[in-house]
Design a protein around this ligand. Structure first.
Ligand SMILES: [Zn+2]
Length: 168
């Protein structure tokens, strides 16, 4: 199968940008060498990610250390400087980027699961009711489902055959 690196990376990343995890149109996608080619970085998939062109240009030939610093400074949801965020909040141009409420819920659930240690829910059903119990004000089924989906997309909660495993 003769696939281009960018197509392989996009597939592995589920069509999402490596950094901001937003859906990444093929026309906006570029291959970022984590260890820059100029610094001796290899051209193989281990060293490459697909991401928004904007963040790729920003990271450029920074050292790996500087790149990690940039990522850490985003504190939580990483937003690439690709304009997608500003178009989403076009009505409130003056409002600074702030954490999305869904992200607060996600971190709340992850923190709770962390505290539970070995008594974490082992099935999708108990996980779902555990999550629901964390929000006494209630939450729609759709919202609950999407939150559980988002948990899985962090890679920290793995659901297979309705059994749940954790990589916290
Ligand atoms: Zn991005």
């Amino acid at each position: 199968m003769a696939t281009k690196p960018i197509d392989r990376l996009m597939f592995v990343q589920g069509g999402l940008c490596f950094f901001c995890e937003q859906p990444l149109p093929r026309s906006e996608a570029s291959v970022e060498h984590l260890l820059a080619s100029a610094n001796g970085g290899k051209n193989n998939d281990d060293n490459c990610v697909a991401c928004c062109k904007a963040v790729n240009a920003l990271l450029g030939n920074m050292s790996l250390k500087e790149k990690i610093r940039v990522v850490l400074k985003q504190k939580g949801a990483f937003t690439c400087p690709n304009g997608a965020g500003s178009s989403r909040s076009a009505n409130q141009t003056e409002a600074p980027a702030k954490a999305r409420p869904e992200d607060d819920k996600l971190s709340l659930v992850l923190a709770d699961l962390n505290r539970r240690g070995n008594s974490r829910p082992r099935t999708l059903k108990t996980l779902t009711s555990t999550v629901a119990a964390l929000f006494p004000k209630g939450m729609s089924d759709a919202e609950l489902k999407s939150l559980v989906q988002r948990l899985q997309s962090t890679g920290k909660v793995i659901v297979a055959e309705k059994k749940v495993a954790y990589a916290l």
